[in-house]
Design a protein around this ligand. Structure first.
Ligand code: PLP
Length: 356
């Protein structure tokens, strides 16, 4: 039976990315050696990193003066590296969910942290608006897509301070104005590559301004200077990322990804709103994520939750169980998810509705 992969992360990748990476693991560039058993400093590997950096810059239209880094540690380590490198006195954070809160917690060790707004009291069912960001903060940190709660900032905020963003789960799903940011980071395992590599887009002249000593490995300057080769980078995930970036370009780039994301999510939200058995969890329609679509059973049908999960699983749906902090269901619809998979889920929902 065909599986429809709605996993939240690690998650679906284009089939050709998996095949090409598998091929390179068996035989890298016809060298007779595996990608897993060559030096990251091998002549043949440098073009992989260079190619991935170049495609990152091209696809996201990254201006001059920025570096693209491939590091270890996940987005979670960036929660700490960002304030280590950029927080001199105070920083502003928008509290839109579990990940935003974790980022804020790390920053508190480095300086004053201002929570400009929060939707925690409403279990993060919307993105706060109408807040003020103090003009004298070192940066304003946002989480553009809240993977767990299914809310998303669909445009770069209009503020007069440098932005920092966790884009773990919506990178390459829409165009962004990188010039507004000093740093954009994320774990690659949602939209880009298998787990193990973290991408960081950093503005070169924003680095090196804080007065504290920064440990070598946690200093962005180290990795900018060494082109992500200060120590051994995650070679296999970087290779896979390059394949995804090539796929993205061939498909039409981020504008096309945005069109597909909107198409997929419009289809699914329309069914959630129409179907009497279900309701969406995000209260502000404009904040509904294109990437992670959260829904629960309507109150009158609460007892059917386990039945629907079983029913959908038997029809090939994978990974639709909601995160424990929201419950119900979450269909993660990342770039590589075909629209046919969304249709298959909708068919399940309609069939289940007929049974009740
Ligand atoms: C998954 C996720 C993280 C955590 O990423 P790790 O690479 O596991 O540290 C952080 N932020 C967001 C928005 C995520 O979706």
């Amino acid at each position: 039976m065909k599986k429809h992969n709605f996993n939240a992360g690690p998650s679906i990748l284009p089939r050709e990315v998996i095949e090409k990476t598998a091929q390179a693991i068996l035989d890298f560039n016809g060298s007779g050696l595996s990608l897993m058993e060559i030096s990251h400093r091998a002549k043949d590997f440098q073009p992989v990193v260079d190619g991935a950096v170049a495609l990152f810059k091209e696809l996201l239209n990254i201006p001059d003066g920025y570096s693209v880094l491939f590091l270890g540690g996940g987005a979670s380590l960036e929660f700490c590296m960002v304030p280590y490198n950029f927080l001199e006195k105070k920083a502003a954070y928008l509290n839109t969910g579990t990940w935003a809160k974790k980022a804020m917690k790390e920053a508190k060790a480095f300086g004053e942290v201002i929570e400009v707004a929060s939707s925690a009291d409403a279990n993060y069912t919307f993105i706060p608006k109408g807040y003020d960001v103090p003009a004298d903060v070192d940066y304003f940190h946002i989480t553009t897509n809240n993977t767990i709660y299914g809310t998303e900032l669909h445009a770069d905020p209009e503020v007069n301070v440098p932005l920092v963003a966790d884009m773990s789960s919506d990178i390459f799903s829409r165009p962004i104005d990188v010039s507004k940011y000093i740093c954009i980071y994320g774990g690659a395992q949602k939209n880009l590559a298998p787990a193990g590599v973290t991408f960081v887009i950093v503005k070169n002249d924003a680095v090196g301004k804080v007065s504290r000593h920064i440990p070598t490995m946690l200093n962005y300057q180290t990795h900018i200077e060494k082109g992500s080769m200060f120590n051994t980078p995650p070679v296999v995930p970087i290779y896979a990322a390059l394949q995804t970036l090539r796929w993205l370009k061939a498909q039409g780039g981020v504008e096309e990804m945005q069109r597909r994301a909107k198409l997929r999510s419009d289809m699914l939200y329309a069914e959630i709103d129409r179907n009497k058995l279900f309701r969406g969890t995000v209260t502000a329609p404009e904040d509904r994520s294109y990437m992670n679509i959260c829904f629960v059973m309507a109150d009158e049908y609460k007892e059917l939750e386990a039945d629907f999960l079983k029913f959908a699983t038997e029809k090939g749906m994978v990974g639709i169980k909601g995160h424990r902090s929201v419950g119900g269901f979450r269909a993660s619809c990342y770039n590589a998810l075909p629209v046919e998979s969304v249709q298959a889920l909708i068919d399940c929902m309609q069939e289940f509705e007929k049974m009740h």
